[in-house]
Design a protein around this ligand. Structure first.
Ligand SMILES: [Zn+2]
Length: 280
């Protein structure tokens, strides 16, 4: 759709895709895309957009008062569940009216930070954590190879008892909140969540109930972990939104005609399981 590094006249982007011509966060209903524009604007308020630990930190919108999850901020937070893709552009100071395409991103979370509004008053700002789409797919989308690789390298979780890993999956164990925001921690957490789903499944597909089709080289039942929702708001980080599936059901979740229905059923199964576990 857009080419990385290419400069676009912002006006033409809106002529073609619609969306608000002035906002930093511009949603095109017709194309189901959200265009994000970053500039130096945050600096004076005590925060600025930019790369940190492999994420692009993007400040939400709202000029005075606490930022809230409305309009553009809500659009970013919910982009995945609403089926919108995020595209980031930066302004090009030397060429007026032009923006340069940085790439497609996925919102994987956000932080609330103290900052200042336009009037210099203290307020809460939403800082979105955006991950480059390609990397997101690599880490979170359960490519079969990816999953397999993970199963082979998760020795440190293998001996861990279910209760302990459930605690970890829910983030109840001591995880340094500072560390949690780094990419390495994010990946580690994704692994914990996957591992948790595999343990919860006890060797059976959590959707159809059939036994794992085979054992891996290190003698673990082979199942694939699927993310039922890919939400920015807690999504990949939430044990209630992952399900361990047999390869057939996994393909069904992705490619079947009734994928939407399957998704709802999966969500229900997992929620019920988790409720049972809460009460056990
Ligand atoms: Zn199955």
């Amino acid at each position: 759709m857009f080419e990385k590094g290419k400069r676009y006249l912002r006006k033409e982007l809106h002529d073609k895709y619609g969306g608000n011509r002035q906002s930093g966060i511009s949603k095109s209903r017709k194309y189901k895309i959200i265009m994000l524009f970053t500039s130096e604007r945050g600096k004076e308020f005590g925060y600025e957009d930019g790369w940190k630990e492999g994420f692009f930190l993007y400040c939400g919108e709202g000029q005075s008062g606490d930022m809230e999850f409305v309009r553009g901020n809500k659009a970013i937070r919910d982009h995945q569940i609403e089926g919108y893709s995020l595209h980031l552009f930066k302004s090009v100071p030397e060429e007026k009216g032009f923006v340069e395409y940085i790439g497609q991103f996925v919102c994987v979370g956000y932080e609330i930070k103290e900052g200042y509004d336009r009037e210099g008053k203290k307020r809460k700002a939403i800082i979105f954590k955006l991950m480059p789409y390609e990397e997101y797919i690599e880490f979170v989308d359960q490519g079969i190879q990816n999953n397999h690789e993970f199963s082979e390298t998760s020795e440190d979780f293998k001996e861990m008892d279910f209760k302990k890993i459930r605690e970890l999956a829910y983030g109840k164990a001591n995880i340094d909140p500072e560390k949690r925001s780094t990419k390495r921690e994010y990946i580690k957490r994704s692994k914990i969540i996957r591992e948790y789903a595999l343990k919860r499944a006890e060797g059976h597909c959590e959707y159809c109930g059939s036994e794992a089709p085979f054992y891996t080289k290190n003698l673990r039942p082979y199942l694939e972990v699927h993310h039922i929702y890919r939400l920015s708001d807690g999504g990949p980080d939430d044990p209630r939104w992952v399900i361990a599936l047999c390869p057939n059901c996994h393909r069904r979740a992705h490619f079947s005609k009734d994928a939407e229905k399957v998704k709802e059923e999966m969500a229900k199964i997992v929620l019920e399981k988790e409720l049972d576990l809460d009460n056990s």
